[in-house]
Design a protein around this ligand. Structure first.
Ligand SMILES: [Zn+2]
Length: 331
């Protein structure tokens, strides 16, 4: 029952996201919610939110696109799937982080709110290569405020030192101030994630500019990762950025096929990568021993430098791909 209701809430969220995306993009694109795609007839305001099936234009009576329904269905599936992963499959439970409250009232709504914002950002990015500043600002502010207010929303604390752990005898070292000042820790944790996301994407943006000559990583991607970082903290943010090109290789051709566009912005890959990390955090952190890497400053710096080099090389590959005619790639 709980999962079914999460699915329905997700459907509603996906519908709201598609409507908001259209309203944000209304001056530039015709995507069938604010205007008719065929005759550019402007729909009445109430029908942006409530639309009978099937979607038909009242002026030219031609059928409109199904993508708002696809967005609703997909978001519903993601909401239900993520809820199951977090509550039933314990995909984020690790021994260092033991929130005193229930995940259902704490981290679950916090992360679902992030997923909703990511759906919205992905839609605007797919429709018009735009990541709205308003959405990102709302996201960053809400993430920081909630992190400070709750003090218990982190997937991982801002610093955990596994170097000093002795198996079976002593756990990892946790700085004591984190426990004594929970709300301050929430603030530091959220801001550290934000700075990591924005900073690393900014470096990538500069290197893309150098390598490709065009800004392949948009400023919207920088602000988007600032938002994601503020929700998840710096360690998952690094994982998300590292995984994004791989996610792109899998998701990219699908998106290209659906939208029929040759160039897909970086934003949707970051969104997919975020979802994957949210659903596999305990595996990555504990089973793949990332916790020891993140306990050691030189390793972290080396990892970041290595990731920047690899991503820059990947941009060179992308440069090769982009010179291919898209018709050849779709066959
Ligand atoms: Zn029409």
């Amino acid at each position: 029952m709980f999962l079914v209701s999460m699915f329905l809430i997700g459907c509603l969220a996906g519908w709201i996201a598609s409507t908001l995306a259209c309203i944000l993009l209304a001056p530039v694109t015709f995507q069938g919610i604010v205007h008719c795609r065929h005759c550019h007839h402007v729909f009445p305001r109430w029908s942006h939110w409530f639309r009978p099936w099937p979607l038909k234009c009242t002026s030219c009576s031609r059928r409109d696109s199904l993508w708002p329904w696809l967005s609703a269905g997909a978001t519903g599936a993601v909401f239900a799937g993520f809820t199951w992963m977090l509550i039933r499959a314990n995909c984020q439970s690790i021994e260092e982080v033991q929130p005193s409250g229930s995940l259902t009232t704490g981290r679950l709504p916090f992360h679902l709110w992030l997923i909703f914002l990511l759906v919205l950002v992905t839609l605007t990015d797919l429709l018009d290569y735009v990541i709205s500043d308003i959405v990102v600002i709302v996201g960053v502010v809400s993430a920081v405020v909630l992190a400070v207010f709750s003090g218990e929303l982190q997937m991982i604390h801002v610093w955990v030192n596994w170097d000093e752990a002795i198996p079976g005898l002593r756990g990892p070292y946790l700085p004591t101030w984190m426990d004594q000042h929970q709300h301050l820790h929430g603030l530091v944790w959220s801001l550290a994630g934000m700075a990591t996301g924005a900073g690393l994407l900014w470096i990538l943006r500069l290197s893309a500019q150098l390598v490709l000559g065009t800004p392949a990583v948009g400023f919207g991607d920088v602000t988007m990762m600032a938002m994601v970082g503020a929700f998840v903290g710096w360690q998952p943010t690094l994982c998300i950025i590292a995984l994004a090109p791989l996610a792109g290789m899998v998701v990219g051709p699908v998106i290209r096929w659906i939208t029929g566009r040759s160039f897909v912005a970086f934003g949707p890959y970051l969104a997919v990568s975020t979802l994957i990390i949210l659903c596999s955090w305990s595996t990555i952190w504990r089973d793949w021993s990332l916790r020891t890497v993140f306990s050691h400053w030189p390793s972290v710096v080396g990892l970041v430098a290595g990731a920047v080099v690899v991503l820059t090389l990947l941009l060179l590959v992308v440069r090769g791909f982009r010179s291919l005619p898209t018709s050849a790639m779709r066959r």
